[in-house]
Design a protein around this ligand. Sequence first.
Ligand SMILES: Nc1ncnc2c1ncn2[C@@H]1O[C@H](COP(=O)(O)OP(=O)(O)O)[C@@H](O)[C@H]1O
Ligand SMILES: Cc1ncc(COP(=O)(O)O)c(N)n1
Length: 259
Amino acid sequence: MYSKIALSIGGSDSGGGAGIQADLRTFMALKVHGCSAITCITAQNSIEVTCVQPVEKNTLLNQLDTLFADFGIDALKTGMLLNESIINDTASKLNTYKITKIIDPVMVTRTGSKLLEDSAINAYKKLLLPIADLVTPNIYEANLLSGLEIRSKEDIENSARKIIGLGAKAVLIKGGGLKDMKGKDFFLDLNGRKEWLFNNFINTKNTHGSGCTLSAAICGYKALGFDLFDSIQKAKLFVEKSLDNSYKIGSGPGPLGHH
Ligand SMILES: Nc1ncnc2c1ncn2[C@@H]1O[C@H](COP(=O)(O)OP(=O)(O)O)[C@@H](O)[C@H]1O
Ligand SMILES: Cc1ncc(COP(=O)(O)O)c(N)n1
């Protein structure tokens, strides 16, 4: 039944709503076997991140080497990579893997805690965008990657062009950071395919992990053999349904739920 394998490289969210935990739950919901390589451990609940501890370099590299020595991994995604050194190590390995790579350039939580050091943005641009089959920034992240301030749909399209110019094969900019743009994302690829993608707006405050869930679902559908664009469309529908099943467990935004 579980014949396909997806890998998430990212941070642990002790609250279980985002990061590796969200990714593994998403893979499971898609009936894809999920593996993980943990880059850092966060102490996190629905309101704040109180502590971030990177794993040692060899611990990260050994997780990757051990997985690839035995498993035929079908697709991978990256999430929280925290700093330049983790980006360097991850990129050095990713360069050698000939599978689909979804780069989710996680930079801050919805509640404002930093998940990436400022000095690491250049490393993202130099090392990860050129090997990305797809990069999935939100407005804030697209702004930092493209250097363009984003206030309108047109700015989103210009920012996407810049990100393709940096070497990514495709980009999906999530519009939700702009007014009235929740559920509206812009896709652009190297061949010039350009599409606005829409899903129904779900009226909920429980959105912790929605970005992680989207990139994990794209990765999961890619592992199942769908092409990239179909994977994105299916993943958006999956996130919409999961937001509809989200629930509250703390005083801040709760996690997404899957049936
Ligand atoms: N309230 C909502 N209703 C419907 N779709 C949403 C809603 N919030 C986010 N999405 C969708 O969830 C996905 C993740 O987006 P978002 O939450 O903006 O990412 P991030 O967590 O990286 O900021 C996107 O495809 C977005 O369109
Ligand atoms: C370990 C970790 N990784 C990623 C996120 C971002 O979550 P979101 O999907 O809400 O942007 C997070 N809060 N914690």
